[in-house]
Design a binder for this molecule. Structure first.
Ligand code: FES
Length: 162
């Protein structure tokens, strides 16, 4: 954010939260990853303007900030949905019909893996083995694991996601 630049209300609100997070860590550059994690948790992604602001505020080169933002899979540089849906496509889930499960989920959500719904409600991802193969095929919705959910169970679960 450039100082003195007029910005939309939404963006101003966003920066209030970012400033709070930064202040909580006394603006220390050594806390960059933790600050970014908390921003990511708050907004589900890391907007470019925030990374620019962090770079200035923490007196760190922008490429260093971007190196971290792109190195860790937990960070996203594109908007993500408020609800993260993961379908395991690991080997054990695959043989237990994960492709059928994935088709079911993509049809219900209307998005493909790697995509986010236009209303920012859902992001869909495929993941490798989650370590609970006996439950396969596994669907994870906001860190809750579901074993082979039916279409109607998924419908109900997705409806509960705001
Ligand atoms: S392959 Fe899906 S949990 Fe292991």
């Amino acid at each position: 954010m450039s100082q003195g630049l007029a910005m939309p209300k939404e963006e101003a609100t966003l920066f209030i939260k970012v400033k709070e997070i930064c202040a909580k860590h006394q603006g220390k550059s050594s806390a960059l990853i933790q600050i970014m994690l908390e921003i990511q948790e708050e907004f589900n992604w890391l907007p470019r303007e925030i990374l620019l602001w962090l770079s200035e505020k923490l007196n760190m080169p922008l490429n260093r900030v971007y190196d971290i933002a792109t190195f860790y899979k937990v960070f996203s540089l594109i908007p993500r949905g408020r609800n993260l849906v993961k379908v395991c496509t690991g080997t054990a889930c695959h043989v237990r019909k994960a492709p059928v499960m994935l088709r079911r989920v993509t049809q219900l959500l209307g998005i493909n893996p790697g995509e986010t719904s236009s209303d920012l409600r859902f992001t869909l991802e495929t993941v490798g083995c989650l370590g609970c193969c006996a439950l396969g095929p596994v669907v994870v919705i906001n860190d809750e694991y579901y074993s082979n959910p039916t279409t109607s169970e998924l419908e109900k679960l997705f409806k509960e996601c705001q």
